[in-house]
Ligand binder design. Structure first.
Ligand code: MSP
Length: 627
């Protein structure tokens, strides 16, 4: 029984953040679970090091791309070590064996006619080194990124015949409805492919940082063609045939929803063309927001993974990420919610239970696991077996949160069992038989809980099991009731999860976010000086036909008449505006709106509900500059 699981390989133009940690922890959880169930597991992660983005980012930092990659890879490896990520191999796309494989496959596909030389025609922004389609441009002329004018280019490029695989892909999806999970994402992919696939450009000549096309050194291979084949080269293809044969096809590619098309359309098409078996499943997880906001650069500090580990401990963070949000959906990371789970689920429900059970075993049974009798009740035993079955089912579906919910059903049932059985009363009443039965049931339940939480919280699991006198990481044989040998000595350790101050955490984070947000808005005086705002007089105004909001205004700017299209028509009538002196942003790039060239913008205050036009005193001179 084998299981091959992968994470995406991460771009090295960025340091590792919460999103990277999330995917990687999920892959680790499943890898550890499968190993503990007796599977031979191969778990691959790594870095995506080629392409224009990396080249540019290295240039900005004054480094070569390889130097940049070498420095960033260290951060990823260190973080994975801290998170206890049990990967079997770390692939870098600059590794020799990988580059060789990519070139070999590229050549093969070229020779068999799946790759051909063609011409890429499109719009190109030189400063950004990016291609754009007409519909992406602003006013059909400007780059959507830097707003500079683009030029029309024709560039020689190799193409992959994606169109040829459309029917084969649809057939494959039909026969393998679980190929993409969650199901809603499978539906998206199917309808996308049904709309028709174009061949895709898979080489570039405008930059150098990539794997060269082996028979045409002018071209480098497109970074996604290069990157996707890591899943093949990373598992031995070209350097360990035996490993490759054993583990390919991949059982599970875990990725984020943003890169699903590459994995669910391009990747299987590339594999079909190259003659490989197709992976069994691609699971696309959702995205995290941070404290209700998009994870911007400044907010990333708030959830910097090393900081989270320092503050809360590795396992609490792993638990929270897997528990808080159903895998596949978007979710919000909030420190308050994390602190609440630490105090509730981890410290109270789990930590306290272990503490109570051990304290009673020490007190009433001389620190020794008692022998149960045949007349003992089977309440916890039965529930344990049901929970183990449910966890297995949920792990097969990558429903990590549900697996944890089931485990917590058992933990809560055990807490309740302590209260209803009241071992302290049994001891007092000298009902020794029953006392032993109850304590054995509880200790054995704790052992099973320890086994089940292992994939999620490996350190805490081992510490819990050690306190019960068990030495090893969970194995296949441990998933059955009754494995805790009577006579085993138990030993109370440190509390599993120290409590945290929820109120203080929430308060501190709120303060930090306010600061981050206001620092985000700070600009230099030089930034402000780029903006030219002057006083202008509205000399004529009329509604733009077929719109409710737009007014066409002619402005006297002191240096000629300018036309502006302004979205203020729902509040102001043309008549009331004529003759008014207002503020005019004069150096904004002109832009066509409803066929009218708008040469700048007038300024109004907007509170999200209504508009307020600052109207200046009559005596303000036209052309006066706002400073
Ligand atoms: N290099 C490509 C993957 C190539 S795989 C053959 C890539 N790298 S990445 O570093 O940009 O992103 C890696 C993963 O991080 C993606 O799966 C993406 O979904 C995930 N995340 C980035 N931001 C995220 C959140 N805010 N939340 C959750 N995951 C997110 O793409």
């Amino acid at each position: 029984m084998k299981f091959y699981v992968t994470t995406p390989i991460y771009y090295v133009n960025d340091v590792p953040h919460l999103g990277h940690a999330y995917t990687t922890i999920a892959a680790d959880v499943i890898a550890r679970y499968k190993r503990s169930k007796g599977y031979e597991v191969f778990f691959l992660t790594g870095t995506d090091e080629h392409g224009q983005k990396i080249e540019k980012s290295a240039r900005e930092k004054g480094m070569t791309p390889k130097e940049l990659a070498d420095s960033v890879v260290v951060n990823f490896k260190k973080l994975w070590e801290r998170f206890n990520i049990s990967y079997d191999h770390f692939i870098r796309t600059t590794d020799d064996y990988h580059e060789k494989t990519v070139q070999e496959i590229f050549k093969k596909l070229y020779e068999q006619g799946d790759i051909y030389l063609g011409e890429y025609e499109g719009w190109y922004c030189t400063p950004c080194e990016s291609f754009w389609s007409k519909s992406q441009l602003i006013d059909e002329k400007y780059c959507p990124d830097c707003k500079r004018e683009v030029e029309r280019v024709k560039e020689e490029s190799y193409f992959f015949k994606l169109s040829k695989y459309q029917d084969a892909l649809l057939k494959f999806y039909k026969e393998n409805p679980d190929f993409v999970k969650p199901k809603s994402r499978m539906n998206e992919i199917v309808s996308f492919v049904k709309q028709g696939l174009n061949d895709i450009s898979i080489s570039r000549t405008t930059f150098k940082w990539g794997i060269p096309v082996p028979f045409d050194q002018k071209h480098v291979i497109y970074v996604w063609f290069d990157a996707l084949f890591n899943y093949i080269s990373g598992v031995g293809y070209g350097w360990d045939e035996e490993k490759f044969k054993k583990f390919w096809p991949a059982d599970l590619h875990i990725i984020g929803k943003d890169i699903l098309r590459f994995h669910a359309i391009y990747w299987p098409a590339f594999l079909m063309a190259a003659g490989f078996e197709l992976p069994k499943r691609v699971f696309a997880h959702g995205w995290w927001t941070v404290e209700g906001r998009k994870m911007s650069k400044s907010l990333r500090n708030v959830v910097e993974p090393n900081r989270l580990i320092d503050t809360y401990g590795v396992d609490a963070v792993r638990y929270f990420l897997m528990r808080e949000v159903p895998f596949g959906l978007d979710g919000d990371f909030s420190h308050k919610a994390l602190a609440h789970r630490i105090n509730g689920d981890l410290a109270n429900d789990l930590g306290n239970l272990l503490f109570r059970v051990l304290t009673m075993t020490i007190k009433y049974c001389d620190s020794t696991v008692p022998s149960p009798n045949n007349d003992r009740d089977r309440e916890l035993e039965e529930l344990s077996h049901k929970v183990m079955e449910d966890v297995d089912k949920f792990m097969e579906e990558q429903a990590f949160n549900r697996a944890l919910e089931s485990i917590w059903d058992l933990i809560r049932a055990a807490n309740k069992y302590v209260d209803t059985k009241a071992p302290w009363s049994l001891a007092k009443e000298k009902k020794i038989n029953e006392l032993h039965n109850v304590l054995y049931n509880l200790l054995e339940t704790m052992r099973i809980v320890g086994v089940l939480i292992y994939p999620f919280m490996p350190e805490k699991s081992l510490s819990l099991l050690e306190q019960l006198g068990m030495k090893n990481a969970p194995q296949k044989e441990d998933f059955v009731w009754g494995k805790l040998p009577p006579g085993t000595k138990v030993k109370k350790g440190k509390p599993l999860f120290p409590k945290v101050d929820e109120a203080k955490i929430a308060q501190d984070v709120e303060k930090e976010i306010l600061e981050a947000e206001s620092s985000e808005e700070l600009i230099d005086i030089e930034d402000f000086s780029k903006i030219k705002i002057i006083v202008a007089k509205i000399i004529s105004a009329e509604r733009v036909p077929k719109t409710d909001k737009l007014l066409k205004l002619n402005l006297d700017t002191g240096k000629g008449i300018k036309t502006v299209v302004a979205g203020i028509g729902s509040k102001y009538t043309p008549q009331e505006l004529i003759g008014k002196k207002i503020l005019y942003l004069s150096n904004l790039k002109p832009r066509k709106l409803r066929g009218i060239l708008s040469e700048g913008m007038i300024l109004a205050a907007d509170d999200g509900k209504d508009l307020y036009l600052p109207i200046l005193p009559e005596e303000t001179p036209v052309g006066a500059v706002l400073k």
